[in-house]
Design a protein around this ligand. Structure first.
Ligand code: HH2
Length: 267
């Protein structure tokens, strides 16, 4: 999954793809480099960020989704916690909902997913981005995040959503310390054991800077290490900004983990 932030303030690429032409060019580059899904977002969720109203998110994302879906023919996911934004994205040609609140911030989100029957990513976050990094605490982070996602699956199933529609994500960096992030990544097999596809988003995140001392613009290799580890531990999808740089690491890790190459193997 390649990240396309149509925002002025995302933590690593804010302001770069605000113009629809720049966003479309970025989407083309992501797909040419091997992205299977383009994840379009019109609101930053970095720690401390302020919410963006649905109208503005739609204004930013709709033309981009329309163009990407029409021209590139890859599935487009919409990264939003707003059902109104998600509905507009689906109407514009999007086909997956990616919600960092696991459908909690907007009560309409669960019914939208049920009605439209689309795949949807349920990600764990401790709280809203504005406050989530204020001293996050858990007694047992892995058990608590697992229980939270299981509970969200149960809510979805009760609302008529099929289990196979749901992708689970432990939410790396969303209300988590370095130790929490590492524990969750190490526990990837326990998330996989829930029986859903598992998505992991580590790309360029702060915990990689804490481990390597690198600034946000120099975390490619740190990201490669984390996505390779996540795939080796069973993750099915990884969400990354720099598909061109990371594709080979992803392809190799995937071939080792699953015992097969994506294309017929050359011997
Ligand atoms: N991380 C970010 C945004 N959306 N969605 C899922 N499912 N998993 C993630 O880990 C995840 C996500 C944060 O990264 P980014 O989009 O680059 O930053 P920002 O929120 O500042 O736009």
């Amino acid at each position: 999954m390649g990240v396309l932030n149509v925002t002025p303030d995302s933590f690593s690429d804010g302001g770069r793809y605000l113009e629809p032409e720049a966003a479309l060019a970025r989407a083309r580059a992501l797909v040419a480099a091997g992205a299977d899904i383009v994840d379009v977002g019109g609101e930053s969720t970095r720690p401390g960020s302020a919410p963006v109203c649905p109208r503005e998110q739609i204004r930013r994302t709709r033309p981009v989704i329309e163009a990407v879906a029409e021209e590139l023919g890859v599935p487009v996911s919409i990264d939003t916690t707003s059902a109104e934004v998600a509905a507009a994205a689906l109407d514009a040609g999007g086909s997956i909902i990616n919600d960092i609140s696991a459908f909690r911030f907007d009560p309409e989100m669960v019914s939208l997913i049920a009605e439209r029957g689309v795949p949807a990513v349920a990600m764990h976050t401790l709280a809203e981005p504005a406050v989530m990094q204020r001293a996050p605490r858990y007694d047992d982070v892995v058990a608590e995040v697992l229980a939270h996602l299981e509970e969200r699956v149960a809510v979805c199933v009760a609302a008529g959503i099929e289990r196979r529609q749901l992708v689970l994500d432990p939410g790396i960096g969303f209300g988590k310390t370095l130790a929490h992030n590492l524990a969750l990544l190490r526990a990837t097999p326990r998330f996989v054991a829930l029986g859903h596809a598992v998505l992991i988003g580590t790309s360029r995140k702060r915990f990689l800077g804490a481990l390597t001392g690198r600034p946000v613009g120099a975390r490619e290799m740190a990201t490669a290490g984390s996505v390779a580890a996540a795939i080796a531990l069973g993750a099915h999808l990884v969400r990354v900004h720099d598909v061109a740089a990371l594709r080979d690491a992803i392809v190799v890790a995937d071939a080792i983990a699953r015992g097969r190459a994506l294309k017929p193997a050359e011997t």
